[in-house]
Design a protein around this ligand. Structure first.
Ligand code: SF4
Length: 186
């Protein structure tokens, strides 16, 4: 596995404050991709012990909610094994931290990947420029889905995703009660 960056105290790629690993390698070639420099699986740097320690140092902090795998595509064939091994280590060392995964692949193609037992939330699907909306929560285009992996896999039919949250941050319900302002995951 190779990577381009590790960002810290990130608020844009999942719930809470997170550490984000931006891996190298993506074969989806979405029109309008904001990160084409990450497409080359041979780009960036080898993911080594120092990079792992840098991530663990962030996860040691109580205010960090967890890690997000992004890129590039963490499910590109060049990344799958490395990502799975790192997820296993993180879940063992930090069982209370959440793991988010962004991929251009569709839930229907990935739900049986062994690494899914470590993942809390998947944001799936290619970026579709015609469906892009900067107000969408945790995703770039409306076709993508923010999926609660554990609840989805517990269902009789795991092909039907249970969504982690709605598309927009707040939904205002017509009522006089001020408490009717609902968060995305209510
Ligand atoms: S899946 Fe993500 S990184 Fe890959 S081309 Fe599409 S938008 Fe870019």
């Amino acid at each position: 596995m190779r990577y381009h960056n590790i960002t810290k105290d990130d608020m844009l790629n999942g719930d809470g404050l997170r550490v984000v690993l931006w891996v190298a390698g993506c074969a989806h070639c979405c029109k309008g991709c904001q990160n084409p420099v990450t497409w080359d699986p041979d780009g960036g740097l080898p993911f080594d012990g120092a990079a792992r320690a840098e991530i663990f140092e962030q996860l040691d902090k109580s205010y960090i909610s967890g890690i997000t795998f992004s890129g590039g595509d963490p499910l590109h064939p060049s990344n799958r094994l490395g990502v799975r091994e790192l997820m296993a280590q993180i879940k063992e060392k930090y069982p209370d931290k959440t793991i988010w995964l962004y991929t251009g692949d569709s839930w229907e193609n990935i739900l049986y990947y062994p690494m899914m037992k470590y993942v809390d939330v998947v944001v799936d699907g290619e970026f579709v420029q015609e469906k892009a909306d900067p107000k969408l929560l945790w995703k770039g285009s409306a076709n993508q889905r923010v999926i609660d992996v554990k609840r989805t896999l517990e269902q009789p039919d795991p092909l039907v995703p249970v969504l982690h949250c709605r598309d927009y941050e707040q939904v205002y319900i017509e009522t006089s009660r001020p408490s009717a302002v609902k968060g995305c995951c209510d």
